[in-house]
Ligand binder design. Sequence first.
Ligand code: GLC
Length: 561
Amino acid sequence: MTCIDNDWWKQAVVYQVYPRSFRDSNGDGLGDIRGVTERMDYLHALGIDAIWLSPFYPSPLIDGGYDVADYRNVDPRLGTLDDFDEMVAAAHAAHIKVIVDIVPNHTSTEHTWFKAALAAGPGSPERERYIFRPGRGDAGELPPNGWKSTFGGGAWEAVGDGDWYLHLFAKEQADLNWKHPDVQKDFKHTLRFWSDRGVDGFRVDVAHALAKDLESRPLDAWTDDPEQGVVDGDNPLWDRPEVHDIYRAWRQVFNEYEPPRFAVAEAWVHPDHQWMYASPDELGLVFNFEFSKANWTADSFRLAIEEGLDAAERSGSTTTWVLSNHDLPRHPTRFALPQVPSRVHHQLVNDWLLRDGTTYVEDRALGARRARAALLMELALPGSVYLYQGEELGLFEVADLPWDALEDPQARMTAHGDALKGRDGCRVPLPWRAADPTGAFGFSLPAEHAAPHLPQPAWFADFAADVEEADTHSMLTYYRHALALRARLIAASGSAELTWAPMNGGDAIAYERPLADGRTLTCITNFGIAPVEAPQGELIMASASLEQGALPQDTAAWIAR
Ligand code: GLC
């Protein structure tokens, strides 16, 4: 029993809460911690095992809270530490675990350490906690080199005294120097702080960037940006071998607790390198993003599944399956674009979708049909599944947010024209109630309230949770049903075994899994135009009606025998 409890995260269904857009309990237009507590019944009824909260810490909100000013507190706009404790207690009472986001690569420039570094001046010990370097040119007027920030523009910012600091993301997110003992010590403190408050696990932001090597060659020798995804350890910024020392040290902290804590790494690394972050002497899990990158073809998803299973085997852990998160255009929209060439690399599709002026015809019936099929394909796989808030309602990307409403630094840092509109389209506050005279779809308290921090489109009414709860054919009902079956029959088998089924191949993906009742499940998904005959057995669930015993295009089914 203890063993199963300790390993709960290996087969869990985790629901990502983006707190500022989940539910606003005090009417200020921003979602908050109490909003999560108020919706614990909804989360329980959905049938998830855990929630992961994106950052809720004090933050100037330059990057949706991923610019943390104080790692051991709650943003006053989102509540208090007492509210947090109440939320954890409510979650645990509902048998829901709690995972929080740790952002160790950078702090907000509002963090006390950064303010002290600015005040203390060049060469000071305070600056050593970050990555300050003198500029080039007679008066240091040029950056140390031409590296680019992930959000656009240069990766170095001048502070006016000849020094520049490194920021791989927005200039308000200063990269920490992980060689510094204060940095190492402080993050262990943070891990213990939240673990002591009952947090069950962590999600580690940009886990592959912490260790940097800016010493072994002169900075101005870099003429290009170091290419991400290389696996030879030569990259000065990304996926360096020493990063694993950090996580081995964190593992010691996790093991101080009973049950030991775990973490899931956000590491956009080559699939061959994913497993290292997940190994038992490190974090336990790593996001396998191959699933979210896959295009809607059998080959693309089969490869993603194989890579995930391979990474799991090498790590000695399980893998994770992700279709959407707060950084990606919602998957029903990605699947609703028949006009996108099917073999385009996902990054191109994502960038293209998020670009200003991109127009596309969204075939919503197609997107929803494929999203239903994708869910069955995903939920029957061995490992853990990470859902993103609103996907259970079948929300599509909000494509037409006005420029002046956008919050994402990707949007704000690039000029109009060829610019990215950014990631706000999946971060619009959730619709809870269709009929809300205040126009906020029940996101904020019914009384007077400020406008939701991102505008909700009128079509959200059709996707409101109360409408879907009352509709036996809605996406929400479908998610609840599939999650309940997964828990009772698939996850309860305790097995991580998967065998490819004979009908796997061509345009269909089919695999077999042991069920808790001793039977074998076949999960089959047909991507092709030609119908595929379903295997013999009891049809437990299908994403669309079968036609004379065959799966039509874009249909998945669970069959037991
Ligand atoms: C991660 C987060 C993303 C954030 C970035 C910088 O990729 O998921 O939202 O912008 O890190 O912290």
